[in-house]
Design a protein around this ligand. Structure first.
Ligand code: SAH
Length: 341
């Protein structure tokens, strides 16, 4: 059965016309899908026999809430959603002064193996479908009652390791008849799958590309991120530069500050050089706690000194605010299921 929520409105219209249905039926169905309904049964302005017929042609489901937690510190909400096949993923809704942001997962699990990240423990289970990612946004908005103005692909999974499904999800998010979200309100974060940068640039999306750099030299980066092996920081910088030249969009570097590992003066200097070469903004992330990880966050003193070095070297730097810390909803803390506490 075809997964109708993964289809673009034009594709639904084409399908429906092949099924001999009048044009307005496709419009009606698209409107229901954009509202986030989980069954054809709920599409009240369709005749009963048509609802039954469509349910025989297409699959459609909503996510179920397995667990919902709200941060008492900042109102951040974390959902653990059940998917139709019994798997589960987490999604986070954050409130910022400029609007509400949903952080979506793009894979069930992750195969990148970053040493400081909880999402990769247990490896990759499977790719997520476009409909499932769209449902993360629709169901989060519907359940929370908060209008969503920004989407970040920064949950569990590596978006560029699920390229086609992620591109289709973005097309749906951006589509005026589906979610109508401007590309400039979307950020995609990658651990640096550089083989995909040209494909991404060729789509000429106006989204923000965030690169999880975490170290400016191969020795440190390979230790932290297996994805650096066989690619390397130099090649990553070349890919970022080319991406910027092709799209006119500056990339940003994410850099988790890890005590004694990547936070020395030497790292700060080399990072400054890298960032300047690529025209990148640097977003420092105080390392978040992951029970299985041996790493500790940098001290305040080291963090301050690091920021100063970057600033003195003309780099645009910010520190990411930690949201949802009390419910393990911060960067690197999302998992595909809720485990022990
Ligand atoms: N796979 C993509 C998307 C994940 S985005 C990527 O690697 O970019 C999540 C961000 O949080 C990434 O920058 C990731 O490296 C970072 N992160 C992972 N674990 C973290 C931790 N314990 N503390 C702070 N940031 C972490």
């Amino acid at each position: 059965m075809k997964d109708i929520l993964s289809m673009l409105p034009e594709e639904i219209a084409e399908d429906f016309s092949a099924l001999g249905l009048p044009r307005f039926r496709a419009k009606q169905v698209t409107q229901w899908l954009a509202k986030g309904v989980g069954s054809f049964e709920e599409m009240q302005n369709l005749p009963k026999d048509l609802r039954i017929r469509l349910a025989g042609e297409y699959s459609l489901s909503r996510l179920t809430i397995l667990r919902k937690q709200t941060s008492s510190e900042d109102g951040t909400i974390k959902y653990l959603w059940g998917l139709a096949d019994g798997n589960a993923v987490e999604t986070v809704v954050m409130r910022y002064h400029y609007g509400n942001t949903v952080c979506v997962s793009t894979q069930v699990g992750c195969r990148q193996g970053c040493a400081f990240c909880a999402s990769t423990i247990g490896g990759l289970v499977r790719q997520m479908e476009p409909s499932e990612m769209l449902n993360e946004v629709l169901c989060s908005q519907n359940d929370s009652g908060e209008e969503i103005s920004h989407v970040v692909l920064m949950g569990t999974g590596e978006p560029l390791d699920n390229f086609d499904n992620v591109m289709r999800f973005l097309a749906l998010l951006n589509h005026p008849e589906v979610f109508n979200l401007g590309m400039r309100h979307i950020s995609l974060s990658t651990c640096g799958i550089i083989e995909r940068f040209d494909d991404l640039a060729a789509r000429d999306l106006q989204l923000t590309l965030a690169v999880s750099l975490h170290a400016p030299d191969d020795e440190t980066r390979t230790r932290l991120m297996p994805a650096n092996r066989g690619r390397g920081v130099e090649a990553l910088m070349e890919a970022c530069k080319k991406y910027y030249e092709t799209t006119g969009r500056r990339v940003s570097f994410e850099y988790a500050m890890i005590d004694g590992v990547n936070d020395t003066a030497r790292h700060a200097l080399l990072l400054s050089k890298r960032a300047r070469e690529v025209g990148a903004h640097v977003n420092l992330i105080p390392l978040n706690h992951v029970e299985e990880s041996p790493f500790k966050p940098s001290t305040q003193g080291h963090l301050k000194a690091f920021v100063r070095t970057l600033e003195e070297n003309g780099v645009n730097v910010t520190i990411r605010r930690r949201l949802g810390g009390d419910i393990d909803a911060s960067c690197g803390q999302l998992r595909r299921k809720y485990e022990k506490r």
